[in-house]
Design a binder for this molecule. Structure first.
Ligand code: ADP
Ligand code: MG
Length: 335
């Protein structure tokens, strides 16, 4: 019998945390729908593998693409799929702690709760993502001291300063991993007349992507297959890390602008804490090479990548589940 479950319902990936077990499951937040019959064909990794390869009448959805529940039906399908996979019992309904974007509206929050209840939960606690990310990064969020977390996911980057278990200042922008992939595609088209798909762009980003060039990244390169848009023929082009850094500059500077905005709105006492302890990066986007260094160079605040940044939010749900009492204030502030 499973009594409590933590869910990081991310725009790119969903992870499940079980007390005593840790993260038991991670799969893409993707749903494949047959447009003709309106039936859900696949969820998770199986659906992601279909991206860019479907016939016209199969549609691939990323229902939380920009960090909000855009589509109730596919969100419900995703929650059902995950809860089934970890075999929750029909008779002992679980308590769910589930991540939601910092800027969630009350209507969207209600949609998350309703979908989770419909998928079989007994009680649902939606908690804002930056708080979970900070908890998962082992930041002491309950202290009267400022902690800055920047969580760069697939659809959104959420920036927050946390003190005494609550979010003091924050911003959320729709520039994150997906926009990075888009920028890489545009750049390759413009610079090399090379057309590549969404998935290839993501692979290039992970393999050779970087924010700033230094000794370790200057020679990183890979051969990329695509179509030459002038001839229409398949080609292979050697792409360097430097290219990807150029492609991403504009998006990265937008993120840094938003960090600066949050810093400028934060009370001075908390700024002093942040100067001492630094900015912590989480989410898959935090894995972009030298991003910590770039943020430090542009803001003057030391910046660190959390351990295992992809799983901070899921670990955060786990911490809340394990100690529902200790985090009562966080839970109440989300009612
Ligand atoms: P979400 O919480 O929105 O589901 P995640 O935190 O799971 O997002 O991060 C997913 C994003 O991180 C994707 O855009 C993915 O391409 C990106 N990502 C994963 N690994 C890396 C890496 N090594 N370098 C750069 N980006 C990465
Ligand atoms: Mg996330």
């Amino acid at each position: 019998m499973i009594a409590k479950i933590g869910i990081d319902l991310g725009t790119a990936n969903t992870s499940i945390f079980l007390p005593g077990k840790g993260i038991v499951l991670t799969e893409p937040t993707v749903v494949a729908v047959d447009e003709l019959t309106n039936k859900i064909l696949a969820v998770g990794q199986e659906a992601k593998d279909m991206i860019g390869k479907t016939p016209g009448d199969i549609k691939i959805y990323r229902p939380l693409r920009e960090g909000v529940i855009a589509d109730y039906k596919s969100t419900l399908a995703i929650l059902r799929y995950f809860l089934n996979k970890i075999k929750t019992s029909k008779f002992f309904k679980p308590i769910l702690v589930i991540s939601v974007p910092a800027g969630i509206t009350s209507t969207e929050k209600k949609a998350v709760i309703d979908a989770a209840i419909e998928a079989g939960a007994k009680e649902v606690y939606p908690i804002r993502e930056p708080l979970l990310a900070a908890l998962g990064a082992d930041l002491p969020i309950n202290l009267p001291s400022g902690q800055m977390i920047v969580n760069i996911g697939g659809g959104t980057t959420e920036i927050a300063v946390i003190s005494l278990g609550g979010i003091v200042t924050w911003d959320s922008i729709r520039i994150a991993g997906d926009k990075f992939d888009e920028a890489i595609r545009e750049y390759l088209r413009r610079k090399f007349n090379l057309a590549v798909g969404e998935k290839t762009a993501e692979i290039v980003k992970v393999k050779i992507g970087c924010a700033l060039i230094n000794k370790e990244t200057e020679n990183l390169n890979m051969n990329v297959n695509g179509i030459n848009i002038l001839t229409g023929l398949p080609v292979t082009v050697k792409i360097y890390s430097q290219n990807i850094s150029e492609a991403l500059q504009r998006n990265l500077k937008e993120i840094i602008l938003s960090i600066k905005k949050v810093l400028s709105q934060t009370p001075p006492e908390l700024i002093s804490d942040i100067m001492e302890k630094g900015i912590v990066l989480s989410g898959g986007g935090a894995l972009l090479r030298n991003l910590d260094q770039m943020i430090y160079e542009y803001t003057g605040v030391p910046t660190f990548v959390a351990e295992d940044p992809l799983f901070c939010v899921a670990r955060g749900t786990g911490k809340i589940i394990d100690k529902l009492d200790l985090y009562r204030r966080v839970l109440l502030s989300h009612k």
